[in-house]
Design a protein around this ligand. Structure first.
Ligand SMILES: [Zn+2]
Ligand SMILES: [Zn+2]
Length: 145
């Protein structure tokens, strides 16, 4: 595991939000804490499934996710299956592309490949490559093999 932003207390999350010019709201705190516990990108539906019982409706969850994406605290990815997934941005990587992802072609589960370093010089040496926004590895997860 690399340096996923370690912000455990509400105070630290509050600071993270104010540093990005966002007000701290119960929904934003709940969304960030949910994403901190997740260890792979999650869909709006997965996040909302846990948030709705806490009293946040789906639209509120989506609006707050969007605010956090716009503020740069959360990344939104489409991993080739036309589903948007959200995860906390790795603060140690200012660029949009911080680590690769593995997606299972059978069950659709997504795993973060933190050890997979972006081979930037190798890729930009290919003339057609402008900038890389996502590295995606497809295969079958252990459960589906
Ligand atoms: Zn699978
Ligand atoms: Zn990831």
């Amino acid at each position: 595991m690399t340096t996923k932003t370690k912000v455990d207390s509400v105070a630290e999350t509050r600071k993270l939000l104010s540093d990005c010019g966002l007000r701290t709201t119960a929904a934003r705190l709940a969304v960030i804490h949910w994403l901190k516990r997740a260890n792979s990108p999650a869909t709006h539906a997965e996040i909302a499934a846990d948030m709705v019982p806490l009293g946040f409706d789906k639209a509120t969850v989506l609006r707050n996710l969007t605010d956090l994406v716009e503020a740069g605290l959360v990344t939104r990815k489409e991993l080739g299956d036309r589903v948007w997934r959200f995860e906390l941005r790795d603060a140690s990587h200012p660029e949009g592309c911080e680590h690769a992802h593995f997606i299972c072609v059978e069950c659709g589960s997504v795993t973060c490949l933190h050890e997979f370093e972006m081979p930037k010089p190798a890729m930009t040496s290919v003339l057609q490559v402008g900038s890389v926004s996502e590295i995606l590895v497809r295969g079958r997860c252990k459960g589906c093999q």
